[in-house]
Design a binder for this molecule. Structure first.
Ligand code: BEZ
Ligand code: FE
Length: 304
């Protein structure tokens, strides 16, 4: 009489099937994936009905994904995997300074966070003090600061590649009614490493939630909202680029970002300013806001 095949026998057979993978790293990853996936199935005692539902969710994810809608990355974002991969790939040296002046922790390398689906390369080059809003999109905001290397040296010629949403919650790529360059721009730092541009206050907005991710969020009692933020990629010769955000520290959802991308070092204060404030930049009329944010890059080559 032959012995029965156990769940562990099945796991062992699958693990063994990857033993001779010609690509060693792939073999390691597939064995670990098998071990964790099988442990998960056993742990929750996955039923046949649940397995069928999961296949349905994966199928729907494939169907809704297109050139402009990446539901697979949204799964990665909503499950915190994007932030985890980013954290492992982009560890930065710990802070050497004390608390900063509101523009970021003094001396610390700027931490990265998710890029998100709304980045479009090739934003227009704009000059110091110019605006990125090309049509009415909210309350005026002056964003300024300095880009430095880890040793404190100012970095002239660094590039800030900026994009954000407006008060209708949308990015230009999501909104057929606005120019594709609206709320996007590339700025180059001046001799003293400084940059400055005019924009509008970003608002909280929901991640796309009309597909499988939206169903998962609703079914698990989660919400799709992200706190208000401005995206920036900072690049400078001889330094690792950083893809990050600056967050409005007083924004709704700052303690409950749907994609887990808030890091304390990226929180900034938006300061209310009056129309007669002597620091009001040319190009702004009436009441305005300001946001100071320095960026600190780590010397080294761009990741391959
Ligand atoms: C964003 O910040 O643009 C974003 C990030 C992750 C998912 C959706 C949007
Ligand atoms: Fe965003």
């Amino acid at each position: 009489m032959s012995e029965q095949t156990t769940p562990d026998d099945i796991t062992a057979a699958v693990l063994a099937s990857f033993e001779r993978s010609p690509d060693e790293r792939l073999g390691t990853v597939m064995r670990a994936l098998t071990a964790h996936l099988h442990a998960f199935v056993k742990d929750v005692a996955l039923t046949e009905e649940e397995w069928r539902a999961a296949i349905g969710v994966l199928t729907a994810t494939g169907h809704i994904t297109s050139g402009t809608r990446q539901e697979w990355i949204l799964w990665s974002d909503a499950l915190g995997v994007s932030m985890l991969v980013d954290a492992l790939a982009n560890r930065v040296p710990a802070s050497r300074g004390g608390p900063g002046d509101g523009a970021g922790p003094a001396g610390a390398a700027t931490e990265s966070t998710v890029q998100g689906p709304f980045y479009v390369p090739g934003a227009p080059h704009r000059g110091y003090g110019e605006r990125i809003d090309e049509m009415p999109a909210g309350e005026p905001l002056w964003v300024h600061g300095t880009v430095r290397s880890l040793d404190g040296r100012a970095l002239p010629g660094a590039e800030l590649d900026v994009w954000q949403n407006g008060d209708n919650e949308l990015y230009a790529v999501q909104d057929r009614k606005v120019p594709e360059t609206h709320l996007r721009g590339r700025f180059t730092t001046r001799e003293d490493g400084s940059y400055g541009f005019i924009t509008v206050r970003p608002t909280p907005y929901p991640i796309p939630h009309d597909g499988p991710i939206g169903h998962m969020l609703a079914a698990t009692g989660r919400h799709p909202w992200r706190p208000a933020h401005i995206h920036v990629i900072v690049r400078a010769p001889g330094h690792r680029p950083v893809t990050t955000h600056v967050f409005d520290r007083d924004s709704e959802h700052i303690d409950g970002d749907a994609v887990f991308a808030v890091k304390p070092s990226l929180l900034r204060e938006l300061t209310a300013r009056s129309a007669d404030d002597p620091e009001r930049p040319a190009g702004i009329t009436g009441r305005w806001w300001s946001l100071a944010s320095d960026f600190v890059l780590v010397p080294g080559a761009a990741a391959g």
